[in-house]
Design a protein around this ligand. Structure first.
Ligand code: GDP
Ligand code: MG
Length: 243
């Protein structure tokens, strides 16, 4: 587990600009707010109403049990995913050191990695349509990222504040399942399976977004938020990728 207790040293270091700024982005309804809340409360709260603004927590210090480093954050943003929030997404992207980008991996990975479900033909068609739209939203986000990275001239950046682009993007594959039922998602506690799933996820993601930028470090994490046990594991993997 991890704890978010702060000491005065943490405050001091964060306020000396030694803390990172993190933004959580992703297409709407992919689990951003559930994850954001879980990091701070360790309670899995599903069904939170959708965010149409940007939430932030400032001066965050996170210590992972049995790891002797702290993650210190100046601020962490949870941004709503709707299209009309384009300006907020852009601002978040260009002012963060690190972006945690959440993907509904169950909507993009190859069918053979999906847990078997029996669907009628109509349901299957609806799902295919939903997957197509989702992939499109994903591609649009990363086209925007590419655009924002390449096309911001330095004189348009807010001095000392706007970094231009994040140095790291953590792409998080979040496999949706039935809440409370771990048997409806792959077993992410199995290291080998997680590795295979991760590889498949990365390939599918790359095919959809074609995102490539040498100066941005990409990290990959996969998991699920259907249970506290899996959410714990997912958050730990994300936190370790921040450092
Ligand atoms: N069925 C199902 N619903 C989920 C899962 N994870 C999150 N949700 C729900 O999906 C909705 C959108 O999640 P939210 O975190 O608000 O998405 P955001 O728009 O990215 O912030 C919420 O009602 C969540 O409870 C999952 O694994 N399975
Ligand atoms: Mg949200």
């Amino acid at each position: 587990m991890w704890n978010t207790n702060k000491t005065w040293v943490d405050y001091l270091l964060i306020n000396l600009f030694l803390g990172k700024t993190i933004g959580i982005l992703g297409v709407d309804n992919c689990g951003k707010s559930v994850l954001y809340n879980f990091i701070f409360t360790k309670k899995l709260k599903h069904g939170i109403s959708s965010t149409d603004t940007r939430e932030k927590t400032e001066n965050v210090s996170i210590q992972i049990d049995n790891e002797n480093y702290k993650i210190r954050l100046q601020r962490i943003f949870d941004v709503g995913g709707q299209r009309q929030l384009y300006p907020l997404k852009k601002l978040t992207f260009t002012t963060s050191d690190c972006i945690i980008y959440i993907v509904r991996s169950d909507l993009i990975i190859n069918a053979e990695m999906l847990v078997n479900q029996c669907l009628t033909q109509k349901e299957q068609e609806e799902l295919n349509d939903f997957r197509r739209k989702y992939k499109n939203g994903l591609a649009v986000d990363f086209e925007n990222f590419k655009d924002w990275q390449e096309n911001i001239p330095f004189w348009e950046k807010v001095p000392f504040f706007e970094k231009g682009k994040p140095s790291r993007i953590i792409v998080v594959g979040n496999h949706f399942g039935e809440i409370g039922r771990e048997d409806t998602v792959p077993n992410f506690l199995d290291t080998n399976l997680k590795k295979d799933y991760g590889r498949n996820f990365r390939e599918c993601f790359n095919r959809i977004t074609g995102f490539f930028d040498e100066s941005t470090e990409m990290k990959w994490v996969v998991g699920s938020l259907v249970s506290e046990k899996l959410a714990n594991q997912l958050v730990l993997d994300i936190l370790k990728s921040i450092n």
